[in-house]
Ligand binder design. Structure first.
Ligand code: HEM
Ligand code: HEM
Length: 137
C-alpha cells in the first residue's frame, strides 16, 4: 500500500507542478487554490499516508487499508475537480457545492479512517527508537 500511495503522490506532484508552471507562464494565478490543493491534498497527504503505512502500520486489515486508500483518492479527485471547475469559472458554486462537499468530507473521513487504523490495537507498531518490533518478535 505504501508504494501505491507513493506512485499516486508523484502523479499528483506532476499534475500540480504542471498547473503551477502554467499559472506562472500565463501570468494567470486564478487556479492558485487548485494548484495548492492538488499538491497538498494530493501529493503531500498521499505521501504522508504512504509513509505512515511504511513506518507505523504493521498489519492493517486489508479491507480497511484498501477502503482508506480508495476513499482518499476518490474524494481527493472529486474535490480537486470541483476546485478546478470553480476557479476556472466553468461552473457556479451552487452547481459544484455537492461535488466539493462530498469531496472534502470524504478527504476528512479518509483522515479519520487512517487515525483509526493507527490506533487499532494490533495494526500499528511503535516507531520509537529501540522499541521492540512485533513483526520481528
Ligand atoms: C514546478 C513547481 C511549481 C511552480 C511553477 C509553482 C507555481 C506557483 C504559482 C505561480 C503560485 C501562485 C503564487 C501567487 O499567486 O501568490 C503558487 C502558489 C502556491 N504553491 Fe506552487 N508551484 C510549484 C510547486 C509547488 C509545490 C511542490 C507545492 C507544495 C507542495 C506548492 C504549493 C503552493 C501553495 C500552497 C501556493 C499558494 C500560496 C499562497 O497561498 O499564496 N507549489 N505556486
Ligand atoms: C478537506 C480538505 C480541505 C478543505 C475543504 C480545504 C479548504 C480550503 C479553503 C476553503 C481554502 C481557502 C481558499 C481561498 O483562498 O479562497 C483553503 C486554503 C488553503 N489550504 Fe486547504 N482545505 C483542505 C485541505 C488542506 C490540506 C490537507 C492542506 C495542507 C496539507 C491545505 C492547505 C491549504 C493552504 C496552504 C491554503 C492557502 C492557499 C491559498 O492561498 O489559497 N488544505 N483550503
Amino acid at each position: 500500500m505504501s508504494r501505491r500511495y507513493l506512485v499516486w503522490a508523484l502523479c499528483y506532484a506532476a499534475i500540480g507542478m504542471a498547473l503551477g508552471i502554467y499559472m506562472a507562464a500565463s501570468h494567470n494565478h486564478g487556479e492558485l487554490v487548485t494548484h495548492a490543493h492538488v499538491l497538498l491534498v494530493g501529493f503531500v497527504l498521499s505521501l504522508v499516508y504512504g509513509i505512515i503505512h511504511r513506518l507505523w502500520l504493521e498489519a492493517p486489515r486489508r479491507g480497511l487499508a484498501v477502503t482508506q486508500f480508495a476513499l482518499h483518492q476518490v474524494a481527493a479527485i472529486l474535490m480537486l475537480l470541483g476546485l478546478f471547475l470553480l476557479y476556472g469559472g466553468k461552473a457556479s458554486e451552487e452547481t459544484l457545492a455537492p461535488l466539493l462537499g462530498v469531496g472534502s468530507v470524504g478527504v476528512l473521513l479518509g483522515m479519520l479512517l487512517m487515525l483509526y487504523m493507527v490506533l487499532r490495537p494490533g495494526s500499528a507498531r511503535s516507531a520509537e527508537p529501540g522499541a521492540p518490533d512485533r513483526a520481528a518478535a
